[in-house]
Ligand binder design. Structure first.
Ligand code: GDP
Length: 297
């Protein structure tokens, strides 16, 4: 599970302070130094760490005394709240279009988990929100991506709109939305092409699809295992395309967690879902507060 190293270190740090009946400025200084090192080691963006530590210090020193908690526990509460806030605070919701279908465009680099996540999201919408999504195979360049999405559709017993690999992705997306309207699907999930790198061709095509179907959500799928790269990728996609959310995949792996903790602060884009495994039911809404509790114990 992701964050294990970070969680272990931070919990060790918190343990030292939790029972304290009095927390001096020196205690806070030592605590924040350890938190800072642990976060940097977990590959959290340098500036993000700096700002976070500053806020924790300001709040931890000279905070109001609450009777129900020891001063040590109060300091920990501050750290937890700030970590949660860093990841977006409130859990963000998925859009619902005034007039269906709600169109969701899935973007990402090859191998990030975009096709799998498209299927997972469709499954989530059906199971948790009782929706009828239409999956759309618009990743026509990666060999077998269309077949892969069709297989996912079969596994889920869900329809997949596909025109093979010779059609133009913009036309595919437009026709799929028309079909969804005609067949009364309430969500359309478009699996767009991924490339090995962020490049102009990729962005150009995504922009064209965006203009053509005017999506309600543009989700970027990023691999949490890629650390700071995931943050950089999110930054460029957000600048060029304007993202409404990020799906962080492979959080079940042995990642250091830096991406999860930096993406929101660096890009301003909330993480909406977390991929927790290869199976189609292993997608969870991302809950900043729950994640902060998981990390701090
Ligand atoms: P795409 O190229 O972005 O469409 O990526 P795929 O959907 O083909 O996924 C690439 C690989 O990552 C596949 O082997 C997936 O099973 C795997 N994968 C996707 N999401 C997750 C996840 O949340 N956890 C794990 N462990 N593997 C994942």
């Amino acid at each position: 599970m992701a964050f294990e190293g970070l969680a272990e270190r931070l919990q060790g740090t918190m343990k030292k302070i939790t029972g304290k009946g009095k927390v001096s400025e020196q205690d806070v200084k030592e605590m924040t130094r350890e938190v800072r090192l642990a976060l940097l080691e977990a590959d959290v963006n340098f500036k993000v760490v700096k700002d976070l530590i500053k806020r924790i210090k300001e709040r931890a020193v000279g905070q109001e005394v609450m009777e129900s908690l020891t001063p040590g526990q109060q300091v920990i509460k501050v750290v937890k709240e700030e970590l949660s806030e860093l990841m977006g605070g409130e859990q963000s919701k998925i859009a619902v279009a005034d007039r269906p279908p709600t169109v969701i465009m899935m973007a990402g680099l090859q191998g990030a988990g975009k096709t799998t996540t498209s299927g997972k999201l469709a499954n989530h919408l059906r199971k948790k929100h009782k929706r009828q999504p239409l999956l759309v195979a618009a990743d026509v360049y990666r060999p077998a991506a269309v077949d892969q999405l069709e297989t996912v559709g079969q596994q889920l017993e869900m329809p997949v709109f596909s025109k093979g690999t010779d059609a133009n992705p913009v036309d595919i997306a437009k026709e799929a939305v028309e079909q969804a309207k005609a067949e009364h699907h309430d969500y359309v999930i478009i699996d767009t092409a991924g490339r090995l790198h962020v490049d102009e061709n990729l962005m150009g095509e995504l922009e064209e699809i965006k203009t053509a179907v005017n999506p309600d959500e543009i989700f970027l799928v990023v691999d949490a295992m890629t650390g700071q790269d995931a943050v950089n990728v999110a930054e460029s996609f957000n600048e060029q395309l304007g993202l409404s959310g990020v799906v962080l995949t492979k959080l079940d792996g042995d990642t250091r967690g830096g991406a999860a903790l930096s993406i929101r602060a660096v890009t301003g884009t909330p993480i909406k879902f977390a991929g927790m495994g290869e199976k189609l039911d292993q997608l969870e809404p991302f809950r900043p507060e729950g994640m902060a509790s998981r990390i701090l114990g």
